[in-house]
Each structure stands twice: as structure tokens, then as C-alpha cells.
Design a protein around this ligand. Structure first.
Ligand code: GDP
Ligand code: MG
Length: 287
């Protein structure tokens, strides 16, 4: 069957039958991309998201590092006409009612900002999924062999004790590879973008994109499969005074990809809406 979510095909017979029953109540095509912004604490993840959101300079400079595990998400609509992302302002309900009425398929993108310190990284792994693309944020002003400053990320007494910026970069690339590559090899490889922040103050290791690619590749063992995630053309240079246009276009293009489109039972949409509606007032546990 075309458009059946990949996970469904792995379910047991009973669950599949249930899926088919649900399908009989009607289906809806959804196009929803997810992007996970990951990287070492202090790399500039929240700042990056705020900039995509179009926040004022003042607001952006106010950003403080978050303690504990905090996953912040922002939803954007894809505007095909202007080929750009628009922050979703209307509540989900209005949108869907209208959608049902006119049957217009809207494309959306959710960007997830993973806050918090390194000790919580293990929790983040439940969010690592093949159903997302990844933005690995690297602070280009830091040398890869430099230990991460305690004030940025206190690692003492954890497995991250003594980790360098290079270690963190590798940690994310490896995690993405481990959790997001499918066993069948048929599925496309995970999409990974590298956002090099603090570009104006970049260290010599990152003189230009080519040099940066080489420096990052040097972190890997020889002929490692992980090198597929580090290319000159998936590195984006970011800084306050540099325009973000290329990266935003890249987000738009990835989010437009047909791979995020799927047909799901209408009931699932209602459930999704219900979760969205209650999110801020109730605790929701993912099972
Ligand atoms: N100069 C410069 N500073 C940045 C850049 N991105 C972030 N910062 C600063 O770096 C600090 C950490 O940024 P933040 O977004 O909180 O990092 P996060 O912990 O990864 O979310 C903040 O003081 C930001 O203002 C950048 O591209 N250039
Ligand atoms: Mg943050």
C-alpha cells in the first residue's frame, strides 16, 4: 500500500488490523517535517531558532542557557509561493477546520531545540528518529580539541567528564547514525546539516568550509561511514551579522521533500490535535 507509515509495516497482525479499521473511518494526507537542532550546550541552538523565528535582536541577545531537559518546539508553515517558512500564528484548530472544509494540504515544519546540559543527553535519544532531519550546531570559535568550559556545561562526575568540543560533535553524529539509520538500508540516509555558529570569530581550524569539513572529518576514524554526514555543501556559516537566508532556504527545501508526506487515519489527526491542545496544561508521557 502506498503512503502507509513505515512503522505500521512492522506491527503485528492485530495492530495492523486496527490500523485498517481506523483507515475505514477516513484518511487524511499530512505533510509534516521535523527538524532537530542538536549540539553542545552554548553552541547557539536557541539563538539559531530565535533567528529563524524572526525575533528581534534584543530578544535574541537575551537568550540564556537552559538548565535541565527542555525541548522547545516551534511550528512553521511552508509558503510555496515565496519558498519560505512562516511562523504559525493561527491555532491548530482553526487551521484544521479550514483544512477539512477546503481539503487544502498544508505543509509544515516543526523545529525542536534541545536545551539543557550534557547529563540529560541520554534522554534526548528518545527523540532521535528517522522521521526527522538534524541540524548539528557547532561553535566555530572553539577548537575541536578544547575541553568544554565547565561554566557552559558542567561535566564533572558524568560520562562526559573531560569531553572536548570535538567529542560532542562526534557524539551527535554517532547518535544520529545509530538511532536513525534503518536496518533495511532501503530507506534514505538521515539528513544532517551542520550549522557553524560564531563564524565571525571562527578558529583557524575552520578557516573556510572546506577546511572545516576536513577538520571535522579528522575526528573520525579512517574511512568511517560517518563521513557521509560531513560535506562542504551541508555546512552553513552562521553569525549575528550574517544573513540566515541560505540556511532558511535549506530548511524549506528539506521540509518540502515528499518523504514527510503520509496518509494517516483521520482519527489519528484528531488525537494529534487533542495532544496539541492540552500540551501546555497537562503532562503528556510518550509511550
Ligand atoms: N558571536 C556570536 N555569538 C553567538 C552566536 N550564536 C550564539 N551566540 C551566543 O552564544 C551564547 C549561547 O547561545 P545559545 O543560543 O544559548 O546556545 P545553546 O545553549 O546551544 O542554545 C549566547 O550568549 C549567544 O548570544 C553567533 O553566531 N555568534
Ligand atoms: Mg539553548
Amino acid at each position: 500500500m502506498v503512503g502507509v507509515p513505515a512503522e505500521v509495516l512492522k506491527w503485528d497482525q492485530e495492530a495492523r488490523d486496527r490500523y485498517v479499521e481506523y483507515l475505514k473511518t477516513g484518511t487524511q494526507t499530512v505533510h509534516h517535517a521535523r527538524g532537530m537542532i542538536v549540539g553542545c550546550a552554548g553552541a547557539g541552538k536557541t539563538t539559531l531558532l530565535k533567528r529563524v523565528l524572526g525575533c528581534s535582536e534584543e530578544e535574541i541577545k537575551k537568550v540564556k542557557s537552559t538548565e535541565g531537559l527542555e525541548v522547545h518546539e516551534e511550528i512553521f508553515e511552508l509558503c510555496d509561493k515565496t519558498k519560505s517558512l512562516k511562523v504559525r500564528t493561527r491555532p491548530m484548530d482553526d487551521r484544521n477546520n479550514e483544512e477539512n472544509a477546503t481539503d487544502i494540504e498544508r505543509k509544515s515544519l516543526t523545529l525542536f531545540d534541545f536545551g539543557g546540559q550534557c547529563a540529560y543527553y541520554a534522554c534526548h535519544q528518545i527523540y532521535l528518529t528517522r522521521r526527522a532531519f538534524y541540524v548539528v550546531v557547532v561553535d566555530a570559535s572553539k577548537c575541536l580539541d578544547q575541553k568544554v568550559d565547565k561554566s557552559v556545561c558542567d561535566q564533572d562526575g558524568t560520562v562526559f567528564s573531560g569531553w572536548t568540543y570535538g567529542d560532542y560533535f562526534m557524539f551527535w553524529i554517532k547518535s544520529i547514525h545509530t538511532y536513525c539509520v534503518s536496518d533495511t538500508e532501503k530507506d534514505p540516509k538521515p539528513i544532517v546539516i551542520i550549522a557553524a555558529t560564531h563564524w565571525k570569530k571562527r578558529s583557524r581550524q575552520f578557516k573556510d568550509k572546506k577546511k572545516m569539513m576536513k577538520s571535522l572529518q579528522c575526528q573520525l576514524p579512517k574511512s568511517s561511514r560517518l563521513s557521509q554526514y560531513i560535506g562542504e555543501d551541508n555546512i552553513y556559516c552562521v553569525d549575528f551579522t550574517l544573513p540566515l537566508h541560505d540556511l532558511e532556504t535549506c530548511f524549506f527545501n528539506i521540509a518540502s521533500n515528499q518523504q514527510w508526506r503520509e496518509k494517516i487515519p483521520k482519527e489519528w489527526c484528531s488525537f494529534g490535535k487533542e495532544i496539541y491542545r492540552n500540551k501546555r496544561s497537562k503532562k503528556i508521557l510518550k509511550i
